[in-house]
Design a protein around this ligand. Structure first.
Ligand code: 1HN
Length: 314
């Protein structure tokens, strides 16, 4: 041993070899519980809607692959709405086409406003109506068009941040503006109408109901990374207090209320989008009859054995 050796000297020489001691930072490397970087946050539709409208005046679909405002978590960078999930608000105007492309990342759309645009996915053309959930599976060509009246706005949910971590995403434009498509059958595995989901939620008793979307072909979650569900909370009612290792994006389809997340209270109303970071306890309360749509990263967490949930009565 060198007589004058010291930890400082050891660490400096280790750093010169691009090596660092684990024992001084063990707790940070293996924390006792999940430590999401995302913070709870609400994006208000009343504030976002005019910005989308202005983007419609200023940017043509020919000049933007997709006309979208990303909802970026205040503690993170694009494309992160939570640590692992992306959310954005997309606008398409009558007569416009958002050209065909494909990517490995999975996308879902939850329709906020309008009812005559379509999305064509892998040859099936799905007409989108308010409250519908439409899927774009990994690596399927997809384009959007609008043949009706009035603006069409939807929430895009993608697993993009996962591909910042696993550099395994590919993307490709299609040679033409539109990928050839036929009208989708009524029971298409790509489309989950709101009327079906609302009926399932109504069929449950009590002031609070929760129902997961089941993929029409696999019977499982809507994708391998992202799962989706909806909740009904009667006026004056509340959800149980839960926490889960999944990060969650919520969208208020109808109603008004608040969600307590940790020590914070998020107030929301129809059209708003908000996020719950992993493992933070959360509980919804409704001031009006409320329906919430949500998506989360539960399927991928289950695949790696890392999904956990705790719930207590409200
Ligand atoms: C995308 O392809 C769409 O197809 C929307 O509408 C949002 C965000 C990042 C990467 C691809 C779409 C997207 C996206």
């Amino acid at each position: 041993m060198i007589a004058t050796d010291s930890l400082d000297r050891l660490f400096a020489e280790a750093a010169a070899q691009d090596a660092q001691p684990l024992w001084t930072m063990m707790d940070a490397m293996v924390p006792p519980h999940p430590q999401p970087k995302a913070v709870p946050h609400v994006w208000r539709y009343a504030a976002m809607r005019p910005l989308l409208e202005r983007s419609g005046n200023l940017v043509a679909t020919q000049d933007a692959e997709r006309r979208v405002f990303m909802l970026v978590n205040p503690a993170l960078k694009p494309p992160q709405t939570t640590d692992t999930l992306y959310a954005g608000l997309q606008l398409i105007l009558p007569g416009e086409v958002a050209r065909a492309h494909r990517h490995v990342a999975f996308a879902l759309r939850f329709i906020i406003e309008g009812d005559a645009a379509y999305t064509a996915v892998g040859g099936e053309r799905v007409t989108m109506r308010r409250g519908d959930l439409v899927l774009t599976p990994s690596w399927e060509y997809h384009d959007h068009g609008h043949e009706g009246d009035g603006p069409m706005v939807w929430l895009d949910g993608l697993d993009l941040p996962v591909y910042q971590f696993f550099p395994a995403n590919f993307a490709q434009p299609y040679a033409e503006e539109r990928f050839p498509s036929e009208p989708a059958p009524a029971d298409s595995h790509l489309c989950y109408p709101w009327s079906d989901m609302e009926a399932r939620l109504e069929a449950e008793d009590g002031p609070y109901a929760y129902a997961e979307y089941a993929h029409r072909v696999t019977g499982g979650a809507v994708s391998r990374v992202i799962g989706a569900a909806a909740e009904r909370i009667a006026r004056g009612g509340s959800s149980p207090t839960r926490r889960e290792t999944a990060g969650i994006v919520y969208h208020v389809h109808r109603g008004r209320g608040s969600t307590t997340v940790g020590t914070e209270r998020l107030d929301w109303e129809k059209g708003d989008t908000f996020c719950i970071p992993a493992w933070m306890p959360y509980r919804h309360e409704a001031a009006k009859d409320t329906y919430l749509f949500r998506y989360d990263d539960r399927p991928v967490l289950e695949a790696i054995g890392a999904y956990r949930r705790e719930a207590s009565a409200s």
